[in-house]
Design a binder for this molecule. Structure first.
Ligand SMILES: NC(=O)c1ccc[n+]([C@@H]2O[C@H](COP(=O)([O-])OP(=O)(O)OC[C@H]3O[C@@H](n4cnc5c(N)ncnc54)[C@H](O)[C@@H]3O)[C@@H](O)[C@H]2O)c1
Ligand SMILES: O=C(O)[C@H](O)COP(=O)(O)O
Length: 524
């Protein structure tokens, strides 16, 4: 049974996939209400109210996935989640339209003073001259951050005959042209826009993007909107420019601290606000809840997620195609890690044949996870494997080759240690399964699973029989035996598989024979 904690207000209807799943036990409680049970949850679902800190992750020892029913993940410590192998997913598409519509509504309200007019009339005033507004028609709108919401907003602005200028360092000129917007530098956008709205995520680069210095470059009388994240427009700087009358008005849905209390912006009549309502529509809430509910269930049941922040996103189709190879590389990594009993500096993997056309970065993550699992005492998976490898100073890389050695596909891994290198080559044969076809330059053919002994010995008569007899005398049944050698009379290898783990004492007694060079136990 999977334990799922829903810590923020998320649509019940949207959560139906989880509520109806027979293998899920769903709890709707704030984190503070289940302090004693935090270690039991497999999945945590949040919106923006719960902050997923490193401290919380430490308490949630069993956590496998954090799902954000919405877009912004600035309330989740992604690095700490990745380090712990916890997948972070979001629902990036479900609230785009609602937020674009809300921004547009805020813009129209701002330039026509609708909230102020509403308050005035309800105060039994009739002061028409105090609320003379400005048309949107033929105005220049500056959109900072031209992603999903920014581009939906642009469509609506163009329908109102506005000229749309955008600043987005990740947007190509050709895409801007295709979308019919004018791509500018930030400075040029600030200089030309009558109204500026921000739609970037909150990151270290966008925090305070509009500050005392940049806001000084805007037109006198400019209007500003923030329906993205508190802090993208520095609140103190905005208050200053409102105070001196340089900024004519602002519409703010999001605040640096929510709810805002002694925020200076709340003191200005020309600032209109909403309590973080961009995504608060029935439609958006249903969409985002459904998106994360399906993804969490899929993930818990071992399937790919459709929108991950810290894992490459794969379609079901692609996931099914790469799965045999991720299992194979995990096993290859585990064999390598156990055979190479010394610190390693570099892991290099070469893909050839059909596997080379697949999502190899994910397959390499599986390889690293198989390798590292046998070296460190914390949980390693595809989420945190590359981060842990980097932390440990292990470099890794991928190559593509066309030398398939006659197989449909092969994966060769070479590990460089302080004193030697070790290599392994595997293949996946359809309807037959994974095979290891070469180990440390010895051709061989074995199925990488179960309890194995990897024995290096001198190639001379009687060795194989002696090992078989010694094990038989100890009542140990050999399930399979594969042998390999490079040249007659030189060094040779045996790969034995067993139905149970072979004890240290048995290995020590086998090592007494003079023709045995090394014995390595491998557990897969
Ligand atoms: N008010 C709300 O309720 C509400 C609802 C949804 C989203 N949001 C916020 O809106 C943000 C944007 O959402 P989206 O779905 O459009 O995201 P998105 O990822 O589709 O778009 C963000 C855009 O910002 C651009 N960008 C990144 N760094 C930038 C920088 N330094 N300068 C300029 N542009 C930069 C990106 O290239 C991207 O095009 C979210 O991150 C979230 O914080 C708020
Ligand atoms: O990033 C988002 O999706 C929005 O800010 C919505 O936040 P909410 O889920 O707390 O309404």
């Amino acid at each position: 049974m999977y334990e799922v904690l829903v810590a923020d207000s998320i649509s019940n209807e949207g959560l139906a996939p989880l509520l109806e799943a027979s293998n899920v036990n769903l709890t709707r409680k704030k984190v503070t209400e289940v302090e004693d049970l935090l270690h039991t949850y497999d999945a945590l679902l949040v919106r923006s109210a719960t902050t997923v800190t490193e401290d919380l992750l430490d308490k949630m020892k069993n956590l496998k996935i954090v799902a954000r029913a919405g877009v912004g993940v600035d309330n989740i410590d992604i690095e700490a989640s990745t380090k712990r192998g916890v997948v972070v997913i979001n629902a990036p598409n479900g609230n785009t339209i609602s937020t674009a519509e809300h921004t547009f509504a805020m813009m129209a309200s701002l330039v026509r003073h609708i909230p102020q007019g509403n308050i005035s009339v309800k105060s039994r005033e009739w002061n028409r001259s105090a609320f003379v507004g400005t048309e949107l028609n033929r105005k220049h709108l500056g959109i900072v951050g031209f992603g999903r919401i920014g581009s939906e907003l642009a469509k609506r602005a163009k329908a109102f005959n506005m000229t749309v200028h955008v600043y987005d360092p990740f947007l190509t000129t050709s895409r801007a042209e295709k979308l019919g917007v004018d791509l500018l530098s930030l400075d040029d956008l600030l200089a030309v826009a009558d109204i500026i709205t921000v739609h970037t995520p909150l990151t270290k680069d966008t925090k305070g993007l509009l500050n005392r210095e940049t806001l000084a470059k805007t037109k006198k009388g400019v209007y500003l909107l923030n329906c993205a994240r508190g802090g993208i427009i520095d609140e103190e700087a905005l208050a200053y420019y409102l105070e001196i009358g340089h900024v004519q008005g602002a519409a703010i849905d999001v605040f640096e601290v929510e709810p805002p209390t002694d925020n200076p912006l709340l003191n200005f009549d020309q600032v209109i606000t909403t309590p973080h309502l961009g995504a608060s529509t029935k439609e958006a809430q249903l969409n985002v809840a459904e998106d994360v509910a399906y993804d969490v269930l899929r993930f818990l049941e071992g399937n790919p997620v459709s929108s991950s922040i810290n894992l490459p996103t794969l379609s079901k189709d692609v996931f099914e195609k790469i799965q045999p190879f991720t299992s194979l590389t995990k096993q290859l990594g585990a064999v390598l890690s156990q055979c190479m009993k010394e610190p390693v500096q570099d892991i290099s993997v070469t893909y050839a044949g059909t596997v080379a056309d697949l999502e190899t970065t994910y397959i390499t993550r599986s390889l690293l996870s198989g390798f590292l699992t046998h070296r460190i005492d914390r949980s390693v998976n595809e989420v945190n494997a590359s981060m842990i490898a980097k932390e440990r100073g292990i470099t890794f890389g991928e190559k593509i080759s066309d030398n398939t050695q006659g197989y449909a596909n092969i994966i060769e891994v070479v590990v460089k240690g302080e004193s030697r290198t070790f290599s392994i080559t595997g293949t996946y044969i359809k309807d037959y399964g994974p095979r290891v076809i070469n180990i440390d330059s010895f051709d061989i053919d074995f199925y990488p699973e179960g309890h194995l002994l990897y024995i290096r010995h001198t190639d001379q008569p009687g060795v194989i029989g002696n090992v078989g007899k010694a094990l038989g005398d100890l009542d140990i049944n050999i399930a399979t035996m594969q042998v390999g050698r490079k040249q007659k009379g030189g060094e040779a290898i045996m790969m034995l598989t067993f139905d149970r783990l072979i004890e240290d004492a048995t290995i020590e007694s086998l090592k007494q024979a003079s023709e045995i060079v090394t014995i390595q136990r491998i557990e897969l």
